[in-house]
Write a protein of this length. Structure first.
Length: 235
């Protein structure tokens, strides 16, 4: 965020006593000094543990969602990746209470999830999986509340065109495992690919290399907004 404007994807989990907080794993063991299953531990325990980096460096405790929403105000938009144990009603209530509707995006992996989130929070934006032609017709959420996640393997110009025609912002991912597009571009140096995606109709690039993607956009003379830990938006 010090180098480029940022939109950040975060994982929302829940403690045994119902506190929503940021945590990717279902257990505390890998990324914190704590142990045990997240949903079996009360917040009093979790909040006294430190986040632990891969090299053993210790950081502050995992942040509560309320604190993360407050921190992000005026800095960034948070994409909320919702873990299975999280109750949608509780999540929506917390976002509303924080006054954060216009600075979050819910991530949905199925049409049913997207439709439920829209019923509970119709003003909010939702990132839904729309990676095949015709998918937009199968989801009961207004197009102006949607962003379309189109995968991270093979760009599809017909899908991009269909979503853009409906004014749905297109997300394509270059991030992933060791065989990710990001890694292949890093090996080849062919960073113009990021600009090519934008020219093909991608509005947001989900990437582990936001600074490189941002610089590629600038080099190509493309106007960019909100390059991110995870997402670079092209206007």
């Amino acid at each position: 965020m010090a180098e480029v404007p940022a939109l950040m994807e975060v994982d929302v989990n829940v403690s045994a006593d119902g506190v929503l907080f940021l945590m990717h794993d279902d257990t505390l063991d890998r990324t914190t000094t704590g142990t045990g299953t997240v949903t079996d531990r009360n917040w009093n325990y979790i909040s006294t543990q430190n986040v632990e980096g891969p090299d053993g460096t210790l950081y502050d405790s995992p942040p509560a969602l309320t604190d993360a929403l407050a921190w992000a105000d005026g800095k960034t938009i948070l994409e909320l990746d919702i873990k299975r144990a999280v109750d949608y009603e509780d999540l929506v209530a917390e976002v509303r209470q924080a006054g954060a509707t216009d600075r979050i995006i819910y991530i949905a992996y199925t049409n049913g999830q997207a439709e439920k989130l829209h019923r509970l929070h119709p003003e909010a934006m939702i990132s839904a999986t729309l990676d095949d032609q015709g998918d937009l017709d199968l989801i009961d959420v207004p197009a102006d509340r949607l962003l379309g996640w189109t995968g991270n393997t093979a760009p599809s110009r017909p899908v991009f065109d269909e979503l853009n025609a409906a004014d749905v912002e297109v997300i394509f991912g270059t991030l992933g495992g060791r065989d990710s597009i990001d890694n292949r571009l890093a090996a080849s140096g062919a960073f113009d690919y990021y600009a090519d995606l934008a020219r093909d109709g991608v509005d947001l690039i989900a990437t582990d290399a936001p600074v490189i993607a941002y610089e590629a956009m600038k080099k190509a003379g493309l106007k960019t907004a909100s390059p991110a830990c995870g997402v670079t938006e092209v206007e």
